[in-house]
Write a protein that binds this ligand. Structure first.
Ligand SMILES: Cc1cc2nc3c(=O)[nH]c(=O)nc-3n(C[C@H](O)[C@H](O)[C@H](O)COP(=O)(O)O)c2cc1C
Length: 209
């Protein structure tokens, strides 16, 4: 009887410590989650995920039709013309800001460090990433935010992006941006884009330590 009690006690203790260890070690992984329509953000995020040995999740936008994207791409491939007031008066299709995303559910519980990648759309984070940030609680997670855009993202926009991340409960460890065109307004080739992304790796590693 005493032996049985001891046995039950030791098994209970083992289960308890295992549960504690799981809880402690369970959210130590790193995730790179991104939305990308034309592949720029994807290219950068894949590189970062590989470097960090992180899981990688691509978020898809289920509502924003290719009309909007085609309009932007056709009308203004390499310039910020779309941002000018006269262009805004034209036939610009409106993005669906309150979009739906897939996968339908992401388990963030095992991640303590997250890199979020988003293109800039109409001056803001892509609707799919906005949706992600409003849908999930990322309390106390360390987030590195990365945007890609044709323009250089100025301070007020940077602040708005970081605020959107903070509103999910996460801590913004750092914000980085990659401009996907060069000074001659030519789109960066894949190798050039990878070069820009590679330059960010030491800093990302350091802030997510
Ligand atoms: C609908 C739409 C809106 C965009 N709006 C902006 C913008 O406001 N400012 C900017 O610098 N780039 C803008 N871009 C360009 C993208 O941010 C840029 O090409 C980005 O790197 C694309 O990322 P992706 O290849 O991962 O989709 C826009 C692109 C699209 C399709």
């Amino acid at each position: 009887m005493v032996f049985l009690k001891k046995r039950i006690l030791s098994i209970s203790l083992m289960v308890f410590f295992l549960a504690c260890f799981r809880g402690w070690a369970g959210d130590t992984q790193t995730l790179v989650v991104f939305y990308s329509h034309s592949g720029k953000t994807k290219t950068a995020c894949e590189l970062i995920a590989k470097d960090l040995k992180a899981d990688l999740i691509e978020v898809k936008d289920l509502k924003n039709s290719s009309d909007l994207i085609n309009w932007y791409t056709k009308k203004d491939k390499h310039t910020m013309e779309a941002q000018k007031p006269d262009a805004a008066k034209g036939d610009r299709p409106k993005p669906v800001m309150d979009t739906e995303i897939s996968p339908a559910s992401i388990d963030f519980s095992k991640y303590s460090r997250i890199v979020i990648g988003s293109p800039v759309w109409m001056g803001g984070l892509a609707p799919a990433i906005k949706k992600l940030l409003s849908h999930y609680r990322l309390d106390r997670k360390k987030v590195v935010l990365l945007t890609t855009a044709t323009a250089i993202v100025q301070f007020p926009h940077q602040k708005a992006y970081k605020d959107a991340v903070r509103a999910s409960g996460a801590e913004v460890a750092a914000y980085y941006q990659i401009r996907v065109i060069n000074d001659q307004k030519k789109e960066l080739a894949r190798e050039e884009l990878l070069y820009e992304a590679r330059k960010l790796l030491p800093a990302i590693r350091a802030v997510l330590k």
